[in-house]
Design a protein around this ligand. Structure first.
Ligand code: ATP
Ligand code: MG
Length: 689
């Protein structure tokens, strides 16, 4: 007889209860998708706070996105109904926890750089180190970040000699601006926390809980080790089969390393899947070639998985919106318009059931697929939201605004002050000179400029003003900028971020970019300037949301990459681009261009590893579906002006045929056209025999 001492535990199965209430020694929960790992973590938090009366300050929970952290806070509030009041426990990503530790606990003053800033620094480095500019900034940025995620410094033995000078130059720039990038945030924290632990101080968090543990990188693993102390209250959960960030340095083998380092760890496996129909689970287990399926369905059966083969990417978008209309009960209307020829009543078998827009997600491998999809959604007037990385943050007007407000928030931020002044028309060479002199006199650029425009000259030290030889228009510009900034600084004490931003935009004149409008809407979600800037700078893959289509409804179809869908679930899931070269992906992640032809025929272990990661990513996608799963393959796509023929993904062959219902959208004309025009046949990955 299982006896639950607390009503809190009544919504859990016995293995979950064991995980929630386990004491003494590390607990490792390894379990497949939909088995309630995240739910278990939330209940454990609630249990520790509500039942064990652990002081909130002793607890930290690490999530993969900031959005997930927000959701956990809300769930805890619901479960505990505000018992713990305002007292906060730590919950956030590794990055946000490290940022708070460095700033608040260690009192470190530094500028945190976002992705766009880092990209700019790389361009600076390249201008200096490789004026011929053969190396791509983006590529270098990723390679160095990978080294940093493994804790390697420029002088570490494993650093490839050709990268070393770039790595060194990059770090020098960061020191110059007193700035840290995301990787440094973790490294710097690790360094300090290890030193602290070395002095025999108790572990930082008496209770540490980590979700999505399969995707920690080496530095994050070290952080977990140092925070967890003797591991007595360490609790990690995850699923090695869902590891999808190897390309960024994550390594799911840390699961096993942890168990080696803590042989006394209690390993708990959850097998009951509460999310998906048996059909979806069977397909997922088939994909991973699991002989003994590790997931046991608890739900009743649902429709077969629909695999739709369509002629082109536009046809793919059309098929998606038509199926959505059918699923939400709009089929009759469409048929009346004679538009339902392609999929028709013959689509996914859902009987009389109908869904709402927010039950539905469309997942894709790369954001490149988004354009065709959005076009179709807009045309059909289907409301949608895009979750993912935001390119609007790269818009020049948006950068200008963010950089300015970063200076308002912390004028000591040399990097963003430098950028803002340059936009004001102060020449880079003078700025570099000013910054150098400021540094020589041991002050920030802001302080130095203050002295300069007020004519005190105190900080100028040995540098005479003549030596500066500033052009006559510069001083008034600096003065004006300084005054504006001081006004906003005073306003920031009382006004919310959105109001400050609106005022600033108004002063700029009527020409606002659409992106700037978006920034304003984002700002409205935050209380004050510091939290807005923090949110913008720390935002991860799945943290941003943009609405599209009809604004008249609060129901939206969700569009996002497979990576961003991690941890989520939807009654209806579409996966587009289930084609060789897309799933599995033949390009480089984070790279705009998909290299084609021979270059990508990478053989050997690296290739096999990548292929397996792609397989896991597809597995993550499939296992988001609760009931209805629709996979789409397009036979032809246009990429960078080239027409390319695709073949359905090899992974489809591993899905048991009885789970699948295949439909082909015939379009003979296209085929003929393709033959005549000699479309390129793409073979991106070598076929394995
Ligand atoms: P993923 O690996 O995809 O992150 P997960 O293991 O974290 O999945 P959850 O998201 O926690 O799984 O749970 C999946 C679904 O199952 C959720 O809707 C959750 O509410 C439900 N669920 C989990 N445990 C139970 C339970 N004991 N009783 C009823 N529903 C449950
Ligand atoms: Mg989860």
């Amino acid at each position: 007889v299982t006896f639950s001492p607390s009503p809190l535990l009544s919504g859990l199965n016995p293995q979950q209860v064991e995980a929630v209430t386990a004491e003494e020694g590390p607990v490792v929960v390894i379990a497949g998708p939909g088995t309630g790992k995240t739910r278990t973590l939330v209940y454990r938090l609630a249990y520790l706070l509500g039942e064990k009366k652990v002081p909130p300050g002793d607890i930290a929970a690490v999530t993969f996105t900031n959005k997930a952290a927000e959701e956990i806070k809300e769930r805890i509030d619901e479960l505990l109904k505000g018992i713990i009041g305002e007292k906060a426990f730590t919950v956030g990503t590794f990055h946000s926890i490290c940022l708070d530790l460095l700033r608040q606990v260690y009192g470190l003053e530094f500028t945190l750089l976002d992705e766009v800033d880092v990209q700019e620094i790389w361009q600076e480095v390249l201008r200096e180190k490789a004026p011929a500019g053969r190396q791509k900034a983006k590529r270098l940025k990723e390679e160095i970040s990978l080294l940093k995620s493994r804790g390697m410094e420029p002088s570490s033995p494993g650093v490839p000699p050709e990268l070393k000078p770039f790595y060194e130059a990059y770090q020098e720039r960061l020191v110059y601006y007193r700035a840290l990038d995301y990787d440094d945030l973790l490294l710097e924290t690790l360094r300090r926390e290890e030193a602290r632990a070395g002095q025999g101080q108790p572990s930082r968090f008496a209770y540490l809980l980590v979700d999505e543990f399969q995707d920690v990188n080496p530095v994050q693993y070290q952080l977990v080790r140092v925070w967890a102390g003797d591991g007595k209250n360490l609790f990690v959960i995850g699923d090695p089969d869902q590891a999808i960030y190897g390309f960024r340095g994550a390594d799911h083998r840390f699961f096993f390393k942890l168990q080696e380092e803590f042989p006394q760890a209690k390993v708990i496996r959850l097998v009951l899947n509460y999310r998906s129909t048996p059909t979806v689970l069977k397909a997922a287990c088939g994909l991973l070639k699991q002989k003994n399926p590790q997931l046991v369905a608890t739900r009743g059966d649902g429709p077969r998985i629909l695999h739709l083969e369509v002629p082109s990417e536009i046809a793919e978008g059309i098929a998606v919106v038509r199926e959505i209309e059918r699923l939400v009960g709009g089929a009759t209307m469409l048929q009346a318009h004679g538009q339902c020829a392609a999929v028709g009543q013959d689509g996914v078998e859902i009987g009389d059931k109908s869904y709402s827009f927010s039950d539905i997600a469309v997942l894709f491998r790369s954001s490149r697929e988004l354009k065709a999809l959005e076009e179709c959604f807009l045309k059909e007037g289907i409301p949608y939201r895009v979750i993912g990385r935001e390119s609007f943050l790269e818009d020049p007007q948006v950068r200008e605004a963010i950089d300015f407000f970063r200076c308002v928030n912390s004028p000591e931020d040399d990097f963003h002050l430098y950028r803002s002044l340059r936009r004001m028309g102060v020449k880079g060479e003078y700025l570099a000179c000013l910054l150098e002199m400021a540094q020589r006199t041991g002050s920030s650029l802001w302080e130095f400029i203050g002295e300069l425009v007020e004519g005190k000259g105190h900080y100028l030290g040995s540098v005479s003003r003549e030596a500066l030889t500033l052009p006559p228009e510069t001083l008034p510009r600096l003065r004006h900028f300084r005054e504006t900034l001081l006004i906003y600084r005073a306003l920031a004490d009382t006004q919310p971020a959105a109001e400050l931003l609106a005022r600033w935009e108004e002063e700029r004149g009527p020409h606002r970019s659409e992106s700037l409008e978006r920034l304003l809407r984002v700002a409205a979600r935050f209380n004050n300037l510091p939290s807005f800037l923090r949110g913008i700078t720390l935002a991860q893959e799945a943290d941003h949301e943009r609405l599209g289509g009809q604004a008249l409804t609060s129901e939206f179809v969700s569009l996002m990459t497979l990576h961003a869908a991690k941890g989520l679930e939807f009654p209806v899931v579409f996966i587009t681009g289930v084609d060789e070269g897309i799933i599995p992906f033949a390009g480089q992640d984070g790279e705009e261009e998909m290299p084609m032809g021979k270059d990508l025929l990478r053989e050997g272990d690296e290739f096999l590893e990548k292929l397996e990661e792609e397989r896991r990513l597809f597995y993550v996608g499939i296992t988001r579906a609760k009931e209805v799963l629709i996979l789409l393959s397009a036979r032809a796509r246009t990429l960078y002006g080239r027409k390319i023929l695709f073949q359905p993904s090899r992974f489809l062959q591993d899905i048991p045929p009885d789970c699948l219902k295949k439909k082909i959208w015939k379009d003979e004309r296209r085929k003929k056209e393709a033959r005549e025009e000699g479309w390129e046949q793409l073979s991106l990955f070598p076929r394995m025999s």
